[in-house]
Design a protein around this ligand. Structure first.
Ligand SMILES: O=C(O)CCC(=O)C(=O)O
Ligand SMILES: [Fe+2]
Length: 310
């Protein structure tokens, strides 16, 4: 994926940082800025953006697999941090995921941002980040799609989920199932849940990916996690981050104002380059509309549009 020059450079940088260490409080701040600057320079991908063929593939099939996208050092830091998060959760400490430095930075990871800009255009906003460690025996997730729209009526704008498999996928714990080209079939999010995690005609199983892999999925693509035996020795470290294309308002994720304010404050926008990701104005509160919509959700809703009336 990455050219040799970039890999070598990231090894040198990590040695440089290790020699310094994070140190005390004021030093920690300086250290963080330095990590930031170094990451920024390392992650400037030049020859590695999405090819025309990949773009076409994504828009047609609804997904794009990026094997081993995250370099080994960063991947190891993410795994360590996700383990910390699990310990916090076990102690009922549910701090925001953007407050974890490595996972926070993943929300604006330049190699991914470049690809998303090629696929969605220059502007989109983060909807949410979720982190989970799926242990052996995990029950999986039935077929569903995650496109945010209320009610589900069209696919005029793009929303994507980026799935990160930090330990890769190896056929244990859970396989990812996708149904290529299903992103344009308009159905409620759980409308196909009765299919469980069975194969569907044309569906694919993703069960063999190297560590640090990412998959960009059109959020409306039908997908599932099929439970698999094994994995007692290697849990499934999983992060998903979703983004909504500018142009329409999208249903908000709970607490988005606070999450975005924090992201901007700690610099996840990388000196302003990606502040647009943390823009709460791209979203609306769905709950406020629920009652009114339930009352009017009768017959063919298009008849209720301005000028037609019922
Ligand atoms: O675990 C997976 O591979 C997919 C999980 C999923 O459906 C999601 O995060 O939206
Ligand atoms: Fe999903």
């Amino acid at each position: 994926m990455y050219c040799c020059g970039m890999r070598c450079r990231s090894i040198l940088i990590s040695a440089e940082l290790q020699a310094e260490g994070p140190g005390t409080q004021p030093q920690a701040h300086a250290f963080r800025r330095k990590v930031h600057a170094l990451l920024e320079s390392t992650e400037t991908v030049t020859e590695d953006t999405v090819s025309d063929a990949d773009q076409e593939f994504f828009h047609r099939e609804g997904y794009l697999i990026l094997p081993g996208l995250i370099d080994a050092d960063y991947n190891a830091r993410l795994i360590t941090e996700l383990d910390e998060l699990i310990e916090h959760r076990q102690a009922k400490d549910h701090r925001m995921i953007v407050s974890y430095e490595q996972m926070g930075l993943l929300t604006s990871h330049p190699p991914v941002m470049q690809r998303l800009q090629a696929l969605m255009g220059p502007r989109f906003a983060m909807h949410h980040i979720h982190s989970a460690r799926h242990e052996a025996g995990n029950g999986g997730v039935n077929w569903h799609q995650d496109y945010e729209q209320y009610p589900q009526t069209n696919r005029s704008h793009i929303m994507v989920h980026v799935f990160y498999y930090l330990n890769g996928l190896n056929g244990t714990v859970g396989d990812l199932l996708v149904l290529p080209r299903s992103q344009n079939i308009v159905v409620p999010n759980g409308g196909m849940g009765l299919f469980g995690t069975q194969d569907l005609p044309g569906s694919l199983v993703v069960d063999d990916l190297p560590p640090g892999s990412a998959i960009i999925v059109h959020s409306a693509l039908w997908h599932a996690r099929r439970p698999k035996d094994g994995g007692e020795d290697l849990p499934r470290h999983f992060i998903d981050i979703s983004y909504c294309q500018h142009g329409v308002l999208w249903p908000a994720y709970p607490g988005i104002g606070e999450i975005n304010a924090h992201a901007i404050e700690v610099g996840l926008g990388r000196d302003g380059a990606y502040d647009f990701l943390y823009d709460s104005d791209q979203f609306f509160e769905r709950r406020e509309l629920d009652e009114a919509f339930k009352e009017r959700n009768q017959g063919s809703i298009a008849l209720q549009m301005k000028g037609v009336g019922v």
